[in-house]
Design a protein around this ligand. Structure first.
Ligand code: C2E
Ligand code: MG
Ligand code: MG
Length: 758
């Protein structure tokens, strides 16, 4: 109980006791009355003294309390006003005067205070504050500025001995200007944010970009509205399992890698990743998507934030695929072409050493493919190529890469599993399957293929060199009976020898070491000299003569062949013209062209120039082409040959019978002469079948108005059989060996006017 209240109660009890004593005293005897009255008087005096002490004490307390309040008011960091019970201001603190700009003297004028804190607004709010509610309202600072404030008021001092309403109230106020500004800023910011988010979402929608987000610790992906639309999903969250299931089966690996990135990203890694994959879209077909994302690694790198933009790139991808298809897919077989094989091969080559792995490179050639084309038609030829492509594909289902790298050439890149017999197993498997499929649609005709192979780690500076090795090995097969040749030291030595020849050969041409020999061509009917074949020889400074078979193939693999052929063409025309000018009866000079000359240069222009420069008339020049050359690209060959023929130059089919010659070519190719190969002639005398074949060929050629010449005639017997068979001309050691120009000149001089029958 309050100290003052207690004192008053004691006094009250005291007075009551006094009155009781007086009452009793009036009824008892006198002497006792005197004592009691005296006693009551003393008690009354002491009560008066006590009351005045108490009143004094209370006054002092109020003053002390008032001082304390004043002290507190001036030291607190908030506005403070002390009011009396009638809301009259008693004191304000410096914080208030500082905030509102009025001095306390200004405020002592009640009107000013009302101006600052309008009573009508303040009083009810004060009432509310008393009821323990913070009230917020504006006070008017000097100059009219409104300051937002919040106030809390409580009764702080009660004067017990005064009237009922004798108490003080203290209102503590806080200046909310800063908070209000922050709040306004915040409102503006969120407004801006909302607007920018709206704009952002709108632009996302316009640009059809979906957003995908997975927050650290969350088990599901959050997907934006746009992405929901794109994928045909109606929920804004999707579980990883459901998300993964939407991936194209071939791209599920990409999803797993994506999850892997989340756990493997290190803190501080701000890389923007990008990946492309196929996923089921709203139309229930697979679309291509690009996902550009960032990963924000979580604590302990276990769970991370991942978020990014998803863009539908199906149209671009389809274009890319089409372009890729055009650039890298072979039309006939629909498998990859040489360009792609080289690209993948080089990438594999670059990574393999680093990864400590190696690969096998196998190249295939379909044996005698041109015969299939010729005897079974192009459609069947293409079908065979297509079947081969499928065989390559099937073989590679377990891994590896395959392509059609040329006409009837295919290649494979296979990972080496340590089994050295792996390539041979694969080749043999393909060979037997090829026999099966070919016999099915080629009326029991079985087709074989030859192969060359090498190991990537067995040498080579780049993938082109590795492929060269495999192709070089393949070229060592005669391409007829399913050879399998591995690139080894022997093959390597041949390449080195070829390289040595190549570097020497380039000097040989400059140093005039290349010369032409001439071999006579005789008319079998009358033995007259009708022409000569220019055959190149390389006479080294030490006098050794290198035959063309040893250096022409090397020259063909380099750019040298063009220079050599040009030299032969010019020299042969020049020499022939010279002999004509010397008065020898005009005869034809034949030159040999290779596939490189024929397919890589404009032969017509080159020949035209040589004729113009040497002055030889075109009918005295004959171009010999082999059938394999013509068959590489028959349409192109026919076109080139027609152009040459238009010049008036003659065309001969050389080495007829060496490949799987077919007389049907004769109808297609615009040739004037058919040269029967020496292999036909060699056994003419003893072999009945050879004789029959030769006479049949001659008969058919004649029916096509094509002249025939036999080469490699070494005996009179062969010459006679050929003459009887109706062969027009002959060439061979029997009539004359290839000889240098001066010797040939003597031969011509001797031959002039001579009759072979004579
Ligand atoms: P080819 O065009 O078939 O030339 C005929 C080859 O048969 C010549 O060999 C010739 O010497 C040889 N020969 C001719 N008659 C007989 C004979 O009775 N018996 C024997 N055993 N051989 C005979 P050569 O000169 O060694 O030429 C070989 C091949 O080299 C030529 O075959 C031709 O394909 C090519 N060649 C020669 N000179 C040139 C040239 O200037 N340019 C090109 N691109 N190739 C050439
Ligand atoms: Mg020839
Ligand atoms: Mg020949």
């Amino acid at each position: 109980m309050h100290k003052l209240a207690r004192s008053i109660s004691i006094i009250a009890v005291y007075i009551a006791a006094l009155f009781t004593v007086l009452n009793i005293a009036l009824r008892i005897p006198d002497y006792t009355k005197v004592i009691m009255i005296s006693y009551a008087a003393v008690a009354a005096v002491s009560a008066v003294i006590l009351i005045s002490v108490l009143i004094n004490y209370e006054r002092e307390r109020v003053v002390r309390e008032r001082e304390n309040i004043s002290n507190i008011m001036q030291t607190i960091n908030a506005m403070a006003i002390l009011w009396d019970a009638d809301f009259r201001y008693v004191e304000v603190n410096s914080e208030l005067t500082k905030t509102i700009g009025y001095t306390s003297e200004d405020l002592s004028d009640m009107k000013t205070l009302e101006k600052v804190l309008p009573a009508d607004a303040f009083a009810p709010s004060l009432q509310a504050v008393i009821n323990n509610r913070d009230e917020e309202f504006y006070v008017t600072a000097k100059g009219g500025a409104k300051v937002c404030t919040v106030w809390n008021t409580s009764i702080v001092s009660v004067n017990t001995f005064r009237k009922k309403k004798s108490y003080l109230m203290l209102s503590i106020g806080l200046d909310l200007s800063e908070t209000v500004r922050m709040k306004e800023d915040l409102i503006q910011y969120s407004k801006n944010l909302a607007e920018s988010e709206k704009r952002y979402m709108f632009s996302m929608e316009l640009s059809e970009i979906g957003l995908l987000l997975k927050e650290s610790g969350a088990s599901n992906y959050h997907i934006s509205e746009q992405l929901q639309k794109m994928l045909g999903i109606t929920s804004e969250v999707i579980s990883p399992g459901v998300f993964r299931a939407r991936f194209h089966p071939e791209d599920v690996m990409i999803y797993d890698a994506l999850e892997g990135t989340m756990t493997n990203t290190r803190s501080g890694d701000h890389t923007t990743h990008s990946t492309e994959f196929r996923m089921l879209a709203a139309d229930n077909t697979y679309h291509w998507y690009q996902f550009r994302y960032k990963v924000n690694p979580g604590k302990n790198r276990i769970i991370a934030d991942i978020g990014g933009a998803v863009l539908d790139i199906t149209k671009d991808k389809e274009k890319d695929i089409l372009i890729e298809k055009m650039a890298y897919i072979d039309d006939v077989t629909q498998i990859f072409n040489r360009n792609k094989f080289m690209q993948i091969g080089q990438e594999t080559f670059e990574c393999s050493a680093e990864a400590g792995q190696t690969y096998w490179v196998i190249v295939f050639d379909i044996d005698n493919f041109h015969i299939i084309n010729d005897t079974c038609g192009y459609l069947n030829g293409n079908k065979l190529l297509n079947e081969f492509g499928q065989l390559v594909k099937q073989t590679l289902t377990k891994g590896g890469f395959g392509a059609r790298i040329g006409g009837d050439n295919f290649a494979m890149l296979i990972h080496d599993n340590g089994d050295e017999t792996l390539p041979v197993k694969i080749i043999k498997d393909i060979q037997s399957k090829l026999q099966e499929v070919s016999s099915e649609f080629l009326m029991h005709q079985t087709v074989t293929c030859s192969a060359g192979y090498c190991k990537m780690s067995d040498g080579g500076d780049n993938f082109a060199a590795i492929l060269d090795h495999a192709e070089f090995s393949l070229s060592m097969s005669d391409g007829t009976k399913g050879d399998i040749i591995r690139y080894d030291n022997k093959v390597h030595e041949r390449i080195l020898a070829g390289n040595a020849i190549e570097s020497e050969l380039s000097h040989a041409l400059e140093n005039g070491e290349l010369v032409l020999y001439y071999q006579p061509k005789i008319n079998l009917a009358d033995g007259s000299l009708i022409g000569m074949e220019a055959l190149i020889r390389w006479i080294k400074p030490d006098g050794t003569i290198v035959p063309p078979n040893q250096f022409i193939p090397v020259a063909e693999n380099s750019l040298l062949i063009t220079d050599i052929s040009n030299f032969v063409l010019h020299e042969a025309c020049r020499q022939n013209k010279k002999w004509q000018d010397m008065g020898f009866p005009p005869i034809t000079v034949s030159i040999n062209l290779t596939a490189v000359d024929f397919y890589q240069t404009n032969v017509k222009e080159v020949i035209q120039t040589a004729l113009a420069e040497t002055g030889l008339e075109p009918q005295w020049l004959d171009v010999e082409l082999t059938e394999s050359l013509a068959l590489k690209d028959i349409d192109h060959a026919v076109q080139q040959m027609k152009e040459i023929k238009e010049l008036g130059v003659k065309l001969s089919m050389d080495d007829f019978g060496t490949g799987y010659s077919s007389l049907s070519y004769i109808q297609v190719l615009p040739i004037t002469l058919l040269k029967l190969d020496r292999s036909f002639i060699m056994y003419l005398e003893e072999d009945e079948i050879s004789r029959e074949i030769v006479s049949a060929v001659i008969r058919i050629a004649k029916s096509k108005k094509i002249e025939t010449i036999a080469e490699g005639i070494e005996t009179i017997g062969q010459a006679e059989i050929l003459k009887e068979s109706g062969c027009d001309h002959a060439q061979g050691y029997f009539f004359g060996r290839p000889m240098p120009a001066d010797k040939f000149e003597e031969f011509m001089a001797m031959k002039c006017g001579m009759n072979v029958n004579a």
